[in-house]
Design a protein around this ligand. Structure first.
Ligand SMILES: [Zn+2]
Length: 167
């Protein structure tokens, strides 16, 4: 599935499918820089801390120590499924845009990459309508989009950076 995410250790994982979707190195760079933004701002760590507090509160109420073990087992899945907050997303975006400007990469590539992901999501949805149940097809695509909501405003913001520094 097309996806990219940052581990709290600072490692960034990007899947083949997402790389294939890109038409240029600059588009891949824009995704990587966005993920680096999450690492720099320690968003992954905030998520774990937030998740741990929730689990500990549940444990206190339930008096169940195995819940903590379950949490540790569930952690990788939690990282894949969890959503960053809207604030975290725009913080990572701003980091990516500024780094792109500094590196001489037009932030327009961020916009084109996200537009492509949006378009492929619509395409797949159409193709999958007969072939699979909706639940099944929803799982296959848009993992990155589901954890990184691609609102038109972030694409717009990338275009603003592009206009300001590359026009
Ligand atoms: Zn993100």
């Amino acid at each position: 599935m097309p996806n990219a995410f940052a581990l709290p250790s600072g490692q960034i994982i990007i899947t083949d499918q997402l790389v294939k979707m890109a038409d240029s190195q600059q588009e891949i760079d824009s995704i990587l820089l966005h993920e680096i933004g999450h690492v720099v701002h320690r968003h992954g760590l905030q998520q774990i801390i937030h998740g741990s507090i929730v689990t500990l509160i549940i444990t206190m109420f339930a008096g169940d120590a195995t819940a903590v073990e379950e949490m540790i087992v569930a952690l990788p899945a939690f990282l894949l499924e969890s959503h960053y907050s809207r604030g975290n997303e725009s913080e990572a975006d701003e980091f990516a845009f500024k780094q792109m400007v500094e590196l001489g990469i037009d932030p327009i590539y961020f916009a084109t990459m996200f537009e492509k992901m949006l378009a492929s999501k619509d395409d797949l949805k159409q193709n999958d309508d007969d072939a699979k149940s909706k639940d099944e097809s929803d799982k296959d695509y848009g993992k990155f989009l589901s954890t990184h909501p691609s609102s038109p405003s972030r694409i717009q913001r990338a275009r603003e950076y592009s206009d300001k520094y590359f026009k």
